[in-house]
Unconditional design. Structure first.
Length: 475
């Protein structure tokens, strides 16, 4: 997803897997575009079981472009880290409120009241109905019906806090990136963050979390799973794990606070090629990439493999900063707001690797801000994209906080690549398509540090091996 940033500088969990939003890091607050209309809900129809009156709206300060997502939703990296794509909203600071429906929607809204009354009058256990759960369910239903999968979404107060923290770079959790399973049952671990409780507990990529503290995750939204896995530092959480070839088992892990390493890099054994991996476009991503490029060059790198596989996005201003390290001039991406106004977002000057040979690695979970960077490099013909089609997150999120701390993430802008290619629901096709089996664990920079050239040549990471082939004469 593409997310915003602090109120001082305005700015897009996604998505999850190829069949759903990427592992959602989700992010800080987003806001409404300038001039967004405001509205006051009509009073509920008088009935025996009136809907709870709406709380007064709480204006949210407009934030400046900070850089996903996307996404999606958080669709979503938790630490647990969950990502939903990138989030960004540009413009001067301003307040916003939800927009009012026109009068013609009155009868339609009345249907909600009718359904509310029918449940309270006729449900066999009506006395135990939880009005807050019903209201939240209705809101989730509305955002799901929009069809902006992985981006436009509803978050409870706890989920919103988790999203905000996930892009801050510091977490309390166990240290895994998760996403929804293809069939929607349970949450699958996409990666294990090094030096975290999850790694110490022996969790593995591909493990499925089927229950948290005894509560099944079947049918549970990924954000809800994340909220349950995360919790106070020093407290235990028990996960029920499904692993291929083994009976389900429980593992109890103590939550811990730690900083998420945004970037890792290593020299390819036997080559003058640096492999640089960016896990999410959280705060500080641009600086971390700059540091990695500088260190790699100092170690003799004459070419770069930029690994964006599994990257769910984050702040759009970080996407602009990262893309500008590789693309020397022109536009990073184009944005189109709800009124149809289009603008180009320019490359920032001073990039550190604008002429070095480059390959970008992508897969079906490369989303939102990661797609912005991939598209900019591809359209500028600055590098070769190798791997699989990206997720297809193409909206920038606005965040609308509700009075109880919950919030709506709404796609307020659509974005295109610098050449005008749409990404939304389509994704980016790589220049060279190389599939990677679902059981294959991609080689990471940390893996490279302990590998010989012979061991790398025998690895199953066909995408990395193809990238090395593309750069055969460059390092």
């Amino acid at each position: 997803m593409t997310e915003p940033s602090e109120p001082t500088s305005v700015v897009a969990p996604g998505p999850g897997t190829p069949s759903g939003p990427p592992p959602v890091p989700v992010a800080p607050a987003v806001v409404a575009p300038p001039g967004a209309p405001t509205w006051t809900p009509a009073p509920p129809v008088a009935t025996p079981h009136p809907l709870p009156p709406p709380a007064p709206s709480v204006p949210t300060p407009r934030r400046r472009n900070r850089g996903r997502w996307l996404a999606a939703v958080l669709v979503p990296v938790l630490a647990i880290v969950v990502f939903t794509g990138g989030v960004a909203v540009g413009g001067a600071e301003s307040s916003h409120a939800a927009a009012a429906p026109d009068a013609s929607l009155g009868p339609s809204l009345g249907l909600i009241q009718e359904a509310w009354d029918a449940l309270h009058k006729n449900y066999v256990d009506a006395k135990n109905l939880n009005d807050k759960d019903l209201i939240y369910g209705a809101i989730r239903g509305m955002t799901d019906a929009v069809g902006d999968e992985g981006h436009t979404s509803f978050l409870t107060a706890d989920e919103a806090k988790a999203v905000d923290q996930s892009l801050s770079g510091s977490f309390v959790g166990i240290g895994v990136q998760i996403d929804s399973q293809q069939n929607g049952d349970g949450a699958v671990i996409q990666s294990i963050i090094p030096n975290t409780p999850a790694e110490a507990a022996g969790l593995q990529r591909g493990d499925v979390i089927v229950a948290v503290d005894g509560t099944s995750t079947k049918g549970m939204a990924i954000d809800a799973v994340v909220s349950k896995v995360r919790g106070p530092e020093g407290q235990d959480v028990t996960l029920t794990i499904e692993r291929a070839g083994k009976p389900n088992f429980d593992v109890t892990i103590t939550r811990k606070k730690f900083d998420l390493p945004l970037v890792s890099w290593a020299m390819v054994p036997g080559r003058k090629i640096a492999m640089i991996r960016l896990d999410q476009f959280a705060t500080g991503a641009t600086k971390a990439i700059q540091d990695a490029i500088t260190s790699a060059k100092n170690d003799g790198a004459t070419a770069i493999i930029f690994d964006l596989r599994g990257n769910p996005g984050g702040y759009v201003n970080e996407a602009v900063g990262v893309a500008s390290q590789f693309v020397g001039d022109g536009t990073v991406y184009r944005s189109i707001d709800a009124t149809g106004v289009e603008k180009d977002i320019p490359v920032q000057s001073g990039g550190l690797a604008t002429d070095i040979p480059l390959v970008v690695l992508t897969d079906g979970s490369t989303a939102s801000s990661a797609e912005i960077v991939t598209g900019a490099i591809q359209d500028a013909k600055r590098g070769t994209v190798v791997g699989e089609k990206t997720f297809g997150t193409g909206t920038v999120l606005g965040r609308f906080d509700l009075s109880d701390g919950s919030s709506l993430r709404i796609g307020v802008e659509r974005w295109l690549t610098r050449d005008g290619r749409p990404i939304w629901h389509e994704g980016l096709e790589p220049d060279i398509t190389v599939p990677l089996g679902s059981t294959v664990t991609p080689v990471s920079p940390d893996d490279l540090k302990d590998m010989t050239a012979a061991q790398l040549a025998k690895s199953q990471d066909a995408q990395l091996l193809k990238a090395l082939e593309v750069l055969k004469g460059d390092g």
